[in-house]
Every structure is written in structure tokens, then in C-alpha cells.
Write a protein that binds this ligand. Structure first.
Ligand SMILES: C[S@@+](CC[C@H](N)C(=O)[O-])C[C@H]1O[C@@H](n2cnc3c(N)ncnc32)[C@H](O)[C@@H]1O
Length: 319
């Protein structure tokens, strides 16, 4: 944890952080719940002077390792939002997904978090995994809404390099209609669809900060940070990170790349696209999309009506 604190101190200085600058914190990446809550104390002590009074402080948690003791320890550090990687409440599917927890553990962990007074509780579900049916997913969504959550993320399975399913791409089911159906099932139960994979009575400030391309400090092996149009990457190898926590690789984004990201992210969420960042041709195309009822226009921003076609609209606007 010393390496982490060293990098954090360096970044707080580099970001010229002041009291009240930090609006949200996200403890994630690997599996935070496999590390004792006490181990985070030094990091939380370092950020405490910079936190806004109502800062959103999230930790990710895996149900099998998020014990009541661990949750209570994170709560004492000031964590007020917990996001559980549930993925499904179907034990057969959890096994096939190589998850170490079962549905009972998932429910227990969420109920414990509620009893411990976490203000915001979220859970993740994965869909379009081989064998997924509307029946199975409806049961997952029903069971999710029986729990004290104010946010739900529903992710379509993606086959990523260096992940278990990369060798078995058939694990991903290609059912586009299912994405719409899952979204409708969740919004019908009263959660707003505020980004392609995210729903809630509460909208995560951290997630929104990413999609607005706000600057953020990224610390730890494999983390990512963003500062003044540069994305930076501390080393991914833990030993190398511990040896030299200040060594990062930097990706400088051109103004065109920033514009492209703002368009894609703005259309995938309710953040929208500010008219002023678009050049004349793009504005013309956006107005056509408004006339075609694909976008709406309000207070200087264009908003997408259907996140599932956001990439097509983005490519159209970019021309
Ligand atoms: C993106 S973060 C969760 C952030 C959280 N939903 C929040 O609002 O704070 C981690 C989640 O990504 C999802 N995930 C991990 N690997 C994935 C994959 N290959 N395909 C789709 N989703 C994946 C899992 O649901 C995992 O719990």
C-alpha cells in the first residue's frame, strides 16, 4: 500500500488538488473485497482533506468476499456506495461464468450492506451469455428488484483479450433484441436508463464523470487516470508498480480525439452533446437527426433517444 500512497501523494500534487476538489472516489479494478478494509485506511487518510462533503465514495465488491466485517470496515472509512458484482442469481449460470459466489451469498451481502447503512447499493448483471433466455433474465431482474438497491448495471457480455472467455467466443450469445428487452424490463420497474448499461433511481456521479471526460486521478497497478486531455496508465504489473509507482505511460488525445470521445460518450448516456463543440456540418447533421426523431435538442445540447444505436448516430455525425 506504500506504493499506492506514494503515487497518490504525487498525483494530488500534480493535479494541484485543493480542499473540496474530489467529488467522487471509486475503489475497483481487481477485487477490492479480497483486501482487508484496514489496508485502505492510509489511502483514505490521504484523500480526506480534498473530499467534498457529499462526495460519492464507491467500492466494488464480490459477494463471496464482501463479509459483513469487510463492509463495515469500508463503511467506517467513509464509503457510501457499494457495487456488487452479482452477474446473475442463477447458480448454474454463475458456475458457467466461473464466479466464486452463489445467489444466496449475493443476497446476503446486499442485505448486510443495507443493514450497515450504505446510502447507495448497486448490483451488476451480465446478459447475452450462452443459454440466456428472457425467462432467466426476468428472474434475475425480479430478484434484483426484491433487494434494497437504487442502481443496477446490466452489461452485455463482451469477449475481451486476456479474459477467460477469449478462448471460447461462443460463450457470447448474439441476440440484439435481448439488449432492448433487458432495458425495458428494468425501466418498467422504475429505474431511469441513464447510460447504455446503467440504470437507477440514483445516477452514479463517478460514472457520469467518466462520460463527461472530467479529469480523474487513477492510482494502482493497472489503473487509468485522465488529466488535461491525457490518459495515463500506471504499470499493470504489480511488482513493477511497487518498484516504481510513479512510472506511467501517457496517451495524449488530440482535440479531434476528444471531440470523438465526447460524441460517442454523450450519445451512449443522458449527458448528451453540447452543440458548441460540433462544427457546422456536424450541427447540420444533428439537426437532421432531430427531424428524424433520433435526437432531441434542449438548452444547447443534443440528446440521444436510443442508446443502443448511439454508435451509428455518432458515426453519422462525425461524417
Ligand atoms: C464495470 S465495473 C462495475 C461498475 C459498477 N456497475 C458501478 O456502477 O459502479 C465491473 C463489472 O464489469 C462487468 N464485466 C466484467 N467483465 C465483463 C465482460 N467481459 N463483459 C461484460 N461485462 C463485464 C461485470 O458485471 C463487473 O461486475
Amino acid at each position: 500500500m506504500q506504493a499506492l500512497s506514494r503515487q497518490l501523494e504525487f498525483e494530488l500534487e500534480r493535479f494541484d488538488a485543493k480542499a473540496g476538489d474530489i467529488e467522487s472516489v471509486f475503489v475497483g479494478g481487481g477485487t477490492p473485497s479480497t483486501v482487508d478494509a484496514d489496508m485502505y485506511a492510509a489511502t483514505f487518510d490521504l484523500i480526506a482533506p480534498y473530499l467534498q462533503d457529499n462526495a460519492e465514495i464507491t467500492t466494488e465488491a464480490n459477494p463471496n468476499s464482501a463479509s459483513a466485517k469487510w463492509l463495515s470496515g469500508m463503511r467506517e472509512l467513509g464509503v457510501n456506495r457499494v457495487s456488487f458484482g452479482v452477474q446473475s442469481f442463477d447458480d448454474g449460470k454463475l458456475k458457467a461464468l466461473n464466479r466464486a459466489h452463489n445467489s444466496t451469498q449475493a443476497k446476503e451481502a446486499i442485505i448486510n450492506a443495507d443493514k450497515l447503512g450504505f446510502e447507495h447499493i448497486s448490483l451488476d448483471l451480465i446478459y447475452n451469455f450462452q443459454g440466456d433466455s428472457k425467462e432467466l433474465l426476468k428472474s434475475d431482474i425480479d430478484q434484483a428488484f426484491e433487494l434494497p438497491i437504487d442502481h443496477l448495471s446490466a452489461y452485455e457480455l463482451t469477449i475481451e483479450q486476456n479474459t477467460p472467455f477469449y478462448a471460447t467466443p461462443q460463450a457470447k450469445q448474439d441476440d440484439e433484441e435481448l439488449a432492448f428487452w433487458v432495458a425495458e424490463e428494468i425501466t418498467h420497474r422504475g429505474f431511469e436508463h441513464y447510460e447504455i448499461s446503467n440504470f437507477g433511481k440514483y445516477q452514479s456521479r463517478h460514472n457520469r464523470g467518466y462520460w463527461m471526460l472530467k479529469d480523474y486521478i487513477g492510482i494502482g497497478a493497472g489503473a487509468v487516470g485522465f488529466r488535461q486531455n491525457e490518459r495515463y496508465y500506471p504499470q499493470t504489473n504489480i511488482e513493477a508498480f511497487i518498484q516504481d509507482p510513479l512510472k506511467v505511460s501517457v496517451e495524449h488525445l488530440s482535440s479531434n480525439e476528444i471531440l470523438t470521445e465526447k460524441i460517442f460518450l454523450g450519445l451512449r448516456s443522458n449527458i448528451g452533446i453540447q452543440q458548441d463543440i460540433l462544427n457546422n456540418d456536424m450541427q447540420q447533421r444533428a439537426k437532421i437527426a432531430v427531424n428524424e426523431d433520433k435526437l432531441t435538442y434542449r438548452d444547447g445540447y443534443f440528446y440521444n433517444k436510443n442508446y443502443f444505436i448511439s454508435d451509428e448516430i455518432a458515426l453519422y455525425l462525425l461524417g
